[in-house]
Ligand binder design. Structure first.
Ligand SMILES: C[S@@+](CC[C@H](N)C(=O)[O-])C[C@H]1O[C@@H](n2cnc3c(N)ncnc32)[C@H](O)[C@@H]1O
Length: 286
């Protein structure tokens, strides 16, 4: 099949490898971010396969090409991309979101099951997500924990330059300001129980100041980078209530700083880490 992959993100690489392994052809990548358009996305192919380069083009280029399917290949903002493609007149059977759907369904099942247990066991403590971006996962936390406060942490200006220093050349290439296309208003507009939401805008861990006495029941760290992941573990893990859980996205991904931070924290604190079954995240329980 001739495919166009929508989204030139880190996660897109993983989906691209899967498509190539199935024998499909990737024509190019499409992306809404003008900074990525007209660049080249490089895939490292292991086993002596060398490197493959793909053009990253604006979404308007999709309609100028013959293709079989557009594959939604970015985890953040997948539902908005589907709507955008539909608006462009692309028929539903030519939009393939099966890659992201599998990941999201397992992640949401995990959240739903944990929320049920937390209720059954009357766990106290608040909820938090560090790295909310456009609020697409945070809204599920808010929906499953309607009676709990939900702290929403993000710069709302994308990656901070200071955090990129510890990263690989590949991640540094994403650039400061990556993920800046969001806003507090957009995120809050998606929350079913806005009254429970507390927005902490700015650089984490600075934005955790004042919460030293808080306790947490469910925390998700999704900042992609070594420094804020390590800071998130150091801040939240000791503040989990017994039975509480902290999950870290991108442990199994090309954001290699995430795994390094989790492994360093887990080794030092002697805490076991457990994959949650979405193919990407791990959990640390209290
Ligand atoms: C992959 S996105 C989060 C996606 C979101 N959790 C979702 O499920 O849709 C990563 C986010 O982490 C934020 N971030 C990265 N480093 C940060 C830091 N030090 N402080 C606050 N936010 C940060 C970025 O601004 C970006 O919005």
């Amino acid at each position: 099949m001739n495919l166009i992959l929508f989204g030139a993100a880190m996660s897109s690489r993983r989906f691209a490898y899967d498509c190539l392994q199935k024998g499909d052809t990737i024509l190019f990548f499409a992306d809404n971010d003008p900074n990525k358009q007209n660049t080249t996305l490089t895939l490292e192919c292991g086993g002596g396969g060398g490197r493959l380069g793909f053009d990253v083009l604006p979404p308007s280029a999709i309609l100028e090409h013959n293709f079989d399917k557009v594959v939604i290949a970015t985890l953040a903002g997948a539902s908005e991309i589907r709507a955008q493609l539909t608006e462009m007149g692309i028929a539903p059977h030519r939009i393939d979101d099966s890659y992201v759907a599998t990941y999201l369904a397992s992640l949401q099942n995990f959240l739903q099951n944990f929320a049920m247990l937390a209720k059954e066991r009357a766990l106290s403590g608040d909820c938090a997500e560090v790295g909310v971006y456009r609020g697409d996962f945070a809204r599920h936390i808010n929906a499953h924990f309607p009676t709990k406060k939900l702290y929403l942490f993000d710069t709302f200006e994308g990656f901070a330059a200071a955090d990129l220093r510890a990263e690989s050349a590949l991640v540094q290439g994403m650039g400061a300001g990556h993920f800046a296309n969001t806003s507090v208003e957009l995120v809050l507009s998606k929350m079913p129980h806005k009254e429970q939401c507390v927005v902490r805008k700015g650089w984490f861990p600075d934005t955790a100041r004042g919460l030293e006495d808080s306790r947490f029941c469910f925390v998700r760290l999704d900042t992609d980078l070594y420094d804020p992941i390590l800071a998130g573990l150091a801040f939240f893990y000791p503040r989990l209530v017994p039975g509480g859980i902290l999950i870290v996205d991108d442990y199994f991904s090309t954001y290699d700083g995430v795994k390094k931070a989790v492994d360093a924290f887990a080794a030092k604190s002697q805490i076991p880490i457990v994959p949650i079954g979405d193919g990407i995240s791990v959990a640390l329980a209290k």
